[in-house]
Design a protein around this ligand. Structure first.
Ligand SMILES: Cc1cc2nc3c(=O)[nH]c(=O)nc-3n(C[C@H](O)[C@H](O)[C@H](O)COP(=O)(O)OP(=O)(O)OC[C@H]3O[C@@H](n4cnc5c(N)ncnc54)[C@H](O)[C@@H]3O)c2cc1C
Length: 603
């Protein structure tokens, strides 16, 4: 498989979607995929159909050796080392290729977690932060899946607050190894791994990362967890009892383990979000097929308005999430373009680029997992009683997908991070949110400008609404910061509202730009479903934003101030709602005609 390079994109600052306008040409969309990307998708799909899906029951029954065998087969077709430099046995593909792989693997949650731990959090800490000797020793074996990897950050009493880890590392008197003691919890691939990246505190203080082989004395996985879902994957504690780890296996610098722990998660969040969006598309096709086959009251249930409404809403939400996902990944590829992957500091450059888009990666984690959650729940509903039966596949999916909102940072933690990262960047002057909020204040306090008619043309009203929605974020953020200053972090409900507003703005604009880009090369008729999905998303997001902004402002402000701010909210989100019932019916009808998610051709 050759390297597939996405069209280089303009270098765009992470988080700048709130204050800068972009043109459709500046964003990557699923319509821009190359033949190589499609080939990678096809490889992934065939692998799932031939190697994984026929073995789901054996995976759940924990057939010995099966996961390792599947990982080796995945590596043979290039699915394990997609992000790894060629120098260390990987394929060095662009990140668009990585998310395509995640989308395809997500047809089964247990397998997606197993492969994700191997090719992501298992390999990348070493590939990005390892010394030349560490990379040469471990990365090729992990990329070929000769060895299985795992990432051990969480503990029984610290996972969201991982820096509170209790696992200790002490240098031996002869200075040749560290002695590790503690237990890591919830470790994906824990029971089958050969190599663990373990986080522990040197002398109880300096948070550090270590490469720990299962073969080292004192290292042993515990029993498999009994889980609600992804039962086919291995999740165990990892016990470290006077485990002797050679000093040359310290990963990165002692005391700087947090840089590894948190930077690796950006990539994990992007891929998890993408995987959930892929999973939602696969599941959607099942929902459509069932709705067409199942009859009630003498009709296929797909004929009923309430079923079409569900299908239409699924299309709308998936379309926005997919647009956000490809836009973000295109920006990351734009930033990574030109990095010499064989350079000694390549890993750090790659992580710096990913860090630039940490806000967008957290957004995708939350949006992707919540879209899949919604699509799964509604698919169970469309299946009716059969959705509740373990004789049908949807019951397993329902159980499997639940964990997505919990791992890779819970959705609560990611919501806190989105606003926190944006505010910190603007305080440091890296992102112009503060001057933009000030300009907005001046605009609001100044004489009311004549309402400009603005541009006409396709989706012009929606574009105006997106511009107004960006101002709503600045208005609420500005008021919140002014009222609470440093204490804003204690107002978690408001912080989460701000993140929700950001997510809706990003979704609205991403869907809008994608549709406008497609409309440039096709007729309006040919992108009628995209237009319907965009309009429905933009107007419903505006409804959500208005309600969320009112909720936050009701706490932040009072009296005349509150009344003035609410008037500004109404002004910036002024809209005449379209017939969203018809828009969703149209999206559902297209899906029913095509038997699938209608807005991208299957690979
Ligand atoms: C199947 C599975 C596989 C996993 N694989 C791995 C792995 O491979 N490696 C690894 O290191 N870990 C792994 N984990 C652990 C996972 O990352 C943690 O479970 C997750 O981070 C949540 O931590 P916790 O379970 O301790 O919940 P807690 O941190 O106790 O959180 C409980 C609840 O409190 C909320 N909460 C916590 N802190 C705050 C706060 N400051 N403000 C508001 N709300 C808060 C959370 O959002 C959550 O709703 C896995 C977990 C599971 C279930």
């Amino acid at each position: 498989m050759a390297t597939a390079t996405a069209t280089p994109q303009t270098l765009i600052k992470g988080g700048s979607f709130l204050i800068e306008d972009r043109s459709p040409d500046e964003i990557f969309t699923p319509e821009d995929l190359t033949d190589q990307h499609r080939l990678i998708g096809q490889t992934g799909r065939e692998f799932m159909e031939q190697e994984v899906l026929p073995h789901l029951d054996e995976m759940e029954a924990k057939k010995p050796g099966l996961l390792r065998e599947l990982l080796r087969k995945a590596a043979d077709v290039g699915l394990c080392g997609s992000d790894v430099p060629q120098k260390y046995g990987g394929l060095e593909l662009d990140k668009i290729s990585s998310i395509i792989i995640s989308e395809e693997m997500a047809r089964d949650g247990a397998w997606a977690a197993t492969l994700g731990a191997q090719q992501g959090i298992g390999i990348l800490p070493i590939a990005f932060f390892g010394t030349e000797a560490q990379k040469a020793k471990y990365v090729p074996k992990l990329a070929s899946a000769e060895w299985v990897g795992a990432y051990c950050l969480s503990e029984a009493t610290s996972a969201s607050d991982a820096l509170n880890a209790k696992t200790r590392a002490v240098l031996s008197p002869d200075g040749r190894h560290y002695v590790l003691n503690g237990t890591k919890h919830w470790i994906t691939n824990g029971g089958i791994a050969d190599v663990y990246v373990v986080f522990a505190k040197v002398d109880g203080e300096k948070f550090s990362a270590f490469i720990v082989e299962r073969a080292f004395a004192g290292v042993s996985p515990g029993a498999e967890e009994h889980k609600m879902g992804i039962r086919g994957s291995s999740t165990t504690p990892v016990n470290l009892e006077n485990a002797e780890v050679p000093v040359e296996n310290v990963l990165g610098e002692v005391g700087k383990g947090h840089l590894i722990a948190f930077n690796i998660l950006n990539m994990g969040r992007l891929k998890l979000g993408a995987g959930c969006i892929g999973g939602a598309k696969h599941l959607f096709a099942e929902a459509v097929k069932w709705a067409k086959e199942r009859e009630a009251f003498g009709h296929p249930i797909a004929d009923f308005g309430l079923i079409k409404e569900k299908l239409g809403e699924m299309v709308v939400r998936i379309y926005a999430a997919e647009s956000m996902c490809y836009r973000t990944t295109g920006m990351i590829d734009g930033m990574l373009h030109g990095i010499d992957q064989s350079a000694p500091d390549a890993g750090r450059q790659i992580l710096k680029a990913l860090e630039q888009y940490a806000v967008e990666c957290s957004i995708l984690k939350v949006v992707g997992t919540e879209v899949l959650d919604f699509v799964t729940d509604e698919t169970v509903q469309i299946y009716g009683g059969y959705g509740f039966s373990s004789d049908y596949p949807i019951e397993r999916v329902y159980r499997d997908q639940r964990v997505n909102r919990i791992f890779e940072g819970t959705n609560e933690i990611n919501r806190l991070l989105i606003t926190d990262m944006l505010l910190k960047r603007s305080m440091k002057g890296e992102l112009g949110l503060i001057p933009a909020a000030q300009r907005l204040r001046d605009e609001i306090l100044g004489a009311p400008a004549f309402e400009e008619a603005g541009e006409d043309g396709l989706l012009a009203d929606e574009a105006r609404l997106v511009a107004g929605a960006k101002k709503i974020v600045l208005l609420v953020a500005g008021s919140a910061v002014q009222r609470y200053l440093q204490a804003l972090a204690d107002e978690q409900e408001i912080v989460a509202v701000l993140s929700n507003l950001c997510m809706d703005v990003y979704g609205m604009e991403s869907a809008l730009l994608r549709t406008l880009k497609k409309a440039r090369s096709t007729s309006e008729d040919e992108c009628a479903t995209e237009i319907a999905a965009t309009r429905a998303f933009v107007y419903e997001a505006a409804d959500r934003m208005e309600s969320e902004a009112r909720r936050a402002l009701g706490r932040i402000s009072e009296g005349d101030n509150l009344r003035a701010e609410l008037a500004v909210v109404r002004r910036f989100l002024r809209r005449n709602p379209p017939d969203t019932i018809e828009l969703k019916r149209a999206a559902a009808d297209r899906a029913i005609a095509l038997n699938r998610y209608p807005l991208i051709e299957p690979r």
